[in-house]
Structure formats: C-alpha cells, structure tokens
Design a protein around this ligand. Structure first.
Ligand code: ADP
Ligand code: MG
Length: 413
C-alpha cells in the first residue's frame, strides 16, 4: 500500500478539517501526487472529491475537473470554496467567464470545473496551453464507456485533449463500474492497467430488501410508518411521482415530489427542504440525488425496478452515509421486467447485448433466494462471505408461500 507524504496529511487537516484519510483515499492521493494516472473506483459517499481536491491544493497549477452536470459542478464549487480552496466553474451558464479565465491564466485557481463538451473546443485547448494544469480529474468517468450505464458521447472527446498534455496526470473517478466498464475506461482515457484502484463496496449498515409489489400505496405507507427519518422513494415516471407524493402526504408526514418536469424554483425549494429536514420523504425520479450530500437518509425505496445493478447500488447508496442503520427496499413487479425487455428492441443494435446483460443481472438480484449483498458485491468484483446477516434473504429465508407467490408472479410475466 502506498502512503502519501506528510504534507498531504497536513493539508487534509488544515484545508479539509479531516483527522485521517478514509479507505483508499490515501493510496489514490499518493499516486496522483507522484504524477501517475489512476482510475479510482470508489462507492458513492466514499470521498472521491477529496482525491483530486487535495492534490489540487498541494500541486502547483490548476486541477481541471471534468464533470457531466452543471448542478454537480456547483455543489462541488460550493464545498470547495467553503474550505477556502480557490475554485471556479467555466460553463456557458457563467456570466463571469472572463474573470475566471484571467484567474486561471494567472495561476490563481486550484480547481477549474468544466463540462466535457469544452474538450472539443480549440480555444479551450489554447487556454489550457497558456495556463498551468497540474492534474486532469475526470469525474463520473463511467460516462466515457458504452458499457457504463450512463454513456455520454462528449466524454469521448476528452482523449485527444488529454493526449495533448502528456505530462499532466489523469485521475478518473467513478462509483459504478463493472469489470467491463473499468477496462473500457482505462483504455478510453489512456490510463495504464496498473493504475486501477478499487475500494470496498460493502455498505454494511444498509439493509437490503427486495419484494414483489402487491399494493404499492399500502406497502409504501407501512414503510413510512416503520421508518422515521429522511427517506427517498424513487418512482419510474413523473406522473407516478406526483401521484405517490400526493397519496403519501395524507399520512401526515411531509412528502414532496421531485422530477425534471417541475418548475426549477419548486425543484430547488423541495430539494433544500429535504436536505434541511429530519423526517421528510422525497418522492422522485432518478433525476434526484446526484450530488446531494445528506448523510442521514434512513431509507431509499424503489417503486419499480432500477435501470441496472449499478443504478440500484448508486441509488440505494444514498441511504445511511452517516453509517447508522438504514434500509433499501425495492418493490418490483413482473411487468417492470416485461416492459424493460420490450424496450430492449428499441435499443440500438450495438448496445443491445450489453443492455440485455444488465437487465439479466438485475433480474438475478431480484429473483435470488441467496444473500443480496453477496450478489451485489460479486457484481462489483469483490469476494463476499456467503451470507451478510443484513438483507431480507439472510434475515427471513423465503418460506414456501413466498416462493409460490413469487413463482406465480414470474409465470404471469
Ligand atoms: P463521492 O464523490 O465519492 O460520492 P464525496 O467526495 O462527495 O463522495 O464525499 C462524501 C462525503 O465524505 C463528504 O461529505 C466529504 O466531506 C466526506 N469525506 C471525504 N473524505 C473524508 C475523510 N477523509 N474523512 C471524513 N469525511 C470525509
Ligand atoms: Mg462525487
């Protein structure tokens, strides 16, 4: 294992106020400070931002961070600035671009956040060559891979840019990458195979439960009755979000909707209310959650199947970041899978095989009578124990009636 120099520990205390590195952070930071390109696969909440922000503070020059969403950039900008780090975003939405460019060129920025589409702009490349770049950090790096669950063609434009600064190390970061996707990220971004660092994916404080849906409203109501504290319910469509938010509000708990179709001001207000609250429930589409740092979410429910195991892990991973006991409940129906399989026929041919594999893997997780956690961790390349003692299958092995019910559901699909 690699250790970071003592100055890194000093910066960790002084700039970030943390007593120690967590997990593989130190290993990643050590490599980056050493100028070696790296792909860090670390689960949500593991503290990926620190692995580029700390070197950004220590190294001379500016760390250029590629991030897929303006909202994500602004969250990062806020927390970096709060720590006294000199940071800025350079996006079409910023009115102070000239000021930012000046600061960048004068070496007055530790961090510069940009969207991937900048990479293809020749004036951006010129700008980089006239400034001093210490590090390229590529956040949400799975977006570069068609094997990943969130492919973004703009990420493919990064490689030529990176290659024109061969002396600048690259740090790619992602929470969700199966073996295929990892290999692809390494290849796409030109990072050597020995630059891969994978962190522990287990979230032992999250209790996983996956159940067939019978009456969604009743099942969610009892979930809300059984669990106090903030919670998120993911629903598949905007209409479903609105409907569930209204139905569940009747129970007296504060329940608000969140989806991309809402007025931006309402969306922002609902999100702020959730972040501040101690027992609010957000019913949301998957548009909600990225970049939200709320440690005390006590439950995450899926009112329908997620897109993939990666998406499931990422979405459920928003529960219990404070380490306290939390639950993740998926309520699925055979019709979810039927619809997803139908949709496969609309997928472009070259992506169909990987999409089908993704769906099959998810179905295996849903249908298994074995430990859920074991299936999840094996999916991410870890070698888990046979049973975890903290998922539905370990805690309440399926009885005969459950199995009969399940079989009936599956046969009717
Ligand atoms: P990720 O991007 O991997 O999901 P973040 O970078 O957003 O995670 O960090 C998640 C949380 O962990 C943040 O609140 C961050 O301040 C905190 N954190 C990061 N590193 C440490 C550390 N070494 N000690 C304590 N808290 C940390
Ligand atoms: Mg992050």
């Amino acid at each position: 294992l690699e250790t970071a120099p003592p100055q890194a520990l000093t910066a960790l205390h002084d700039t970030f106020g943390f007593p120690a590195f967590r997990g593989v952070q130190e290993q990643v930071v050590a490599r980056v400070l050493d100028g070696r390109s790296t792909l860090a696969v670390m689960p949500t909440g593991a503290g990926k931002s620190l692995t580029y922000q700390l070197p950004a503070v220590m190294l001379e020059g500016t760390c250029v961070v590629v991030s897929p969403l303006i909202a994500l950039m602004h969250d990062q900008l806020r927390s970096a600035t709060a720590n006294g780090i000199r940071a800025a975003t350079l996006t079409s939405a910023d009115s102070d671009r000239e000021v930012t460019i000046e600061r960048f060129r004068n070496g007055e920025l530790d961090l510069l956040y940009v969207a991937p589409e900048r990479a293809s702009q020749s004036h951006f490349r010129d700008l980089l060559s006239r400034a001093r770049v210490s590090l390229f950090a590529i956040d949400e790096a799975h977006c570069v891979s068609e094997w990943g669950h969130d492919f973004r063609p703009d990420y493919r434009l990064l490689r030529p840019l990176l290659d024109s600064f061969p002396q600048v190390p690259r740090l790619a970061l992602t929470a969700t990458a199966d073996a295929h996707t990892r290999a692809d990220i390494l290849a796409q971004l030109g990072i050597p195979d020995d630059g891969l660092i994978v962190a522990g994916f287990d979230r032992p404080n999250i209790r996983y439960a996956i159940r067939p849906r019978d009456s969604l409203q009743r099942q969610l109501k009892s979930l809300l009755d059984e669990h106090s504290g903030p919670g998120i319910i993911y629903a598949p469509t905007r209409a479903r979000v609105e409907q569930l938010a209204e139905q569940l509000s009747a129970g007296g708990r504060r329940v608000l909707p969140y989806h991309a179709g809402l007025d931006p001001a309402v969306r922002a207000r609902n999100q702020a209310a959730f972040v501040a609250s101690e027992d609010m429930v957000m019913v949301a589409t998957v548009a909600f959650g990225m970049g939200i740092d709320k440690p005390d979410v006590r439950f995450v429910a899926h009112a329908g199947i997620p897109k993939s195991i990666e998406a499931y892990y990422q979405e459920t991973g928003r529960a219990g970041r404070d380490g306290d006991p939390s639950v993740a409940v998926m309520l699925w129906g055979a019709e979810d899978f039927a619809r997803a399989r139908q949709r496969l026929s609309e997928v472009e041919e070259h992506r169909r095989a990987s999409e089908r594999q993704r769906l099959d893997a998810l179905a295996a997780l849903v249908e298994t009578a074995q430990c859920r956690r074991a299936i999840l961790l094996r999916h991410f390349g870890e070698d888990p124990p046979q049973t975890c003692g903290n998922c539905d299958n370990c805690l309440e092995p399926a009885g005969v009636t459950d199995l009969t019910q399940l079989a009936r559901k599956l046969l009717s699909a």
